[in-house]
Design a protein around this ligand. Structure first.
Ligand SMILES: [Zn+2]
Length: 549
């Protein structure tokens, strides 16, 4: 960050070096926000009377100091939360010179940061983010500055601030070396692409960086870069990701089957790719490398031992979906055992996926859904007929997951302290303590951070729901008996149900064990209140369950 962006300014103007406009240079070297495209852009006429800087300095002509025009601009600054530090007077020639110099500087910055220099900067940003184990990098370009943030353990934090021109230049540098460029929506302003090892921009340990650029409203453009790390050796264990023992065994059963449709759902950045990768790598190992796995995705994110990647290359006048279908057809000719499809994104693809499962192949893919049972609704939305969904050999595995922060053992704080500091309500303290039948001092929330963590977190853990759908469950679904389907899934096995455990229950187990923050569970999953009313049976066994895990 340069001083240009700080609000600190030397008020002892006596020692100041005067700029060509006769004004102290620490004022005029600040960022001009009343210029073209600035936060407080003023009209051309007003530019001969007033200049406003980000650091709170204002320069006006003596004759317009008390004019309604200037007053209106200062009011506007107040509304934009720009604190006015000092108002100085100068003649209109000097003020116009400020604007001229500003536009000259902008052009210079743009040309200075050319080619190689921009790429060097980009490589440094990616390396910094990778060192911090960030999952993605966000670039925001505003009219008066640009900002780079990184997502670490699910939370965004600022990495650096640049000028608007630099921000744009860095984004352009990324797309200059990106592969797989295309605009999915048909509009060229939404750009997608990927940085591969060939770009020379990736540090060791990073295999791919996926780019998604969107011009947003309000004069702010954004680029999100998702970082895909290399698959380290021995990262096979689902337990290590946070899956509970029952879930690991459910997924183990899914993995053993050689046909059927297996679907993973979750938000963006919920760790689906990592889960899928571990499941399939374990499968390859268990089957002694004797199965053929074909993965169809673009860009490649999954790193599966021995899998054959089928490229998706849309021809001119061909949609992405048509290109995917062509890739699936090509794959089927190779007689695969297992097919992995990046995402079931539309009706056509969903139709082919079902055909694959109906013809005795195993297909693993991801969909957008809000719960494990919700995946069935998503398949209906994608146009899959109910009779196909109720065929028990088709939909054989449903997984829904979220990621929650893992509390730092060194700085996490107990609920009584959290309550004193106003970070948790008395009400929630009592509710969760009763539910877990635990001592409030043994239930924790995030601390403010220490030397061994980041903002009180040391990593992330999966909380999930897994379902092995059986005929009964699917029939309830087909006859539109949602309530019965849900009841059947949630009822304990000894009462003839599936013994399903909702994600909220599984998250609360981790709260009981001091791994997760109750506040984050309420924020990310659901409120304790709904848990008690919607899952009375689970609420009644929670105290026993978390102690057994
Ligand atoms: Zn800590």
């Amino acid at each position: 960050m340069t001083d240009d962006f700080s609000n600190k300014a030397n008020t002892g103007s006596k020692q100041s070096i005067l700029s060509s406009e006769g004004l102290p240079s620490e004022i005029t070297s600040g960022i001009l926000i009343s210029g073209n495209g600035g936060r407080l852009e003023v009209s051309k006429r007003e530019r001969s009377r007033i200049a406003v800087f980000q650091n709170g300095y204002v320069v006006v002509t003596p004759e317009s100091r008390w004019s309604s025009e200037v007053k209106a601009i200062l009011d506007r600054a107040g509304r934009a939360e720009i604190a006015i530090h000092e108002i100085m007077e100068a003649d209109s020639k000097s003020i116009l010179a400020i604007y001229e110099r500003n536009s000259r500087n902008n052009n210079e910055t743009a040309s200075k940061l050319s080619g190689i220099e921009r790429q060097r900067e980009l490589r440094r940003i990616i390396a910094d983010a990778a060192r911090m184990n960030a999952s993605d990098i966000h670039f925001y370009v505003f009219p008066s500055f640009s900002e780079i943030k990184v997502r670490i353990h699910g939370r965004l934090r600022r990495l650096s601030i640049h000028s608007t021109e630099e921000g744009k230049a860095i984004i352009n540098a990324a797309f200059a070396v990106a592969t797989d460029q295309g605009s999915e929506t048909g509009s060229t302003s939404f750009l997608k692409g990927a940085l591969t090892r060939v770009s020379g921009l990736l540090p060791p340990g990073v295999d791919l960086v996926r780019l998604q650029y969107s011009p947003t409203t309000g004069h702010c453009a954004s680029l999100v870069m998702r970082i895909k790390y290399s698959n380290s050796k021995g990262e096979h264990d689902l337990k290590e990701l946070g899956f509970l023992a029952k879930q690991v065994s459910d997924i183990g059963l899914m993995r053993k089957r050689t046909s059927g449709l297996y679907l993973l759902a979750g938000k963006v950045s919920s760790g689906k790719t990592t889960t899928l990768q571990r499941i399939l790598n374990t499968m390859v190992r268990e089957k002694n490398h004797e199965i053929s796995i074909y993965s169809i995705e673009e860009p490649v994110e999954l790193d599966i031992n021995g899998a054959i990647h089928v490229g998706v290359y849309p021809k001119p006048h061909q949609t992405r979906s048509e290109a995917f279908i062509e890739a699936i057809k090509a794959t089927l000719r190779s007689d695969p055992n297992v097919v992995v499809l990046g995402e079931l994104r539309d009706r056509e693809l969903a139709g082919y996926a079902i055909e694959l499962a109906l013809t005795g192949h195993a297909l693993w893919t991801t969909v957008h859904a809000g719960s494990a049972l919700g995946i069935l609704d998503r398949l209906s939305d994608l146009g899959i007929e109910h009779w196909k969904l109720t065929e028990p050999s088709v939909v054989r595995g449903l997984i829904f997951q979220r990621l929650l922060g893992v509390l730092c053992p060194n700085c996490k704080i107990g609920l009584p302290q959290g309550c004193d500091e106003g970070r948790i309500t008395d009400f929630l303290l009592k509710e969760i303590t009763d539910l877990l039948d635990s001592h409030p001092g043994k239930i924790f929330i995030r601390g403010s951070g220490c030397g061994s963590c980041l903002h009180g977190l040391i990593g992330r853990t999966v909380v999930a729901e897994t379902i092995l759908p059986d005929l009964n469950l699917l029939q309830h679904y087909a006859s539109n008996n949602r309530v019965q389907m849900r009841e059947y899934w949630l009822s304990p096995v000894e009462k003839g149900g599936c013994g399903g455990k909702p994600i909220l229950h599984n998250a609360l187990i981790k709260v009981g064990k001091g791994i997760c923050d109750i506040n984050e569970v309420e924020e990310e999953i659901d409120l304790i209140q709904s848990y008690k009313s919607e899952y009375p049976y689970h609420a009644s066994i929670l105290a026993r369950e978390w102690r057994n895990h």
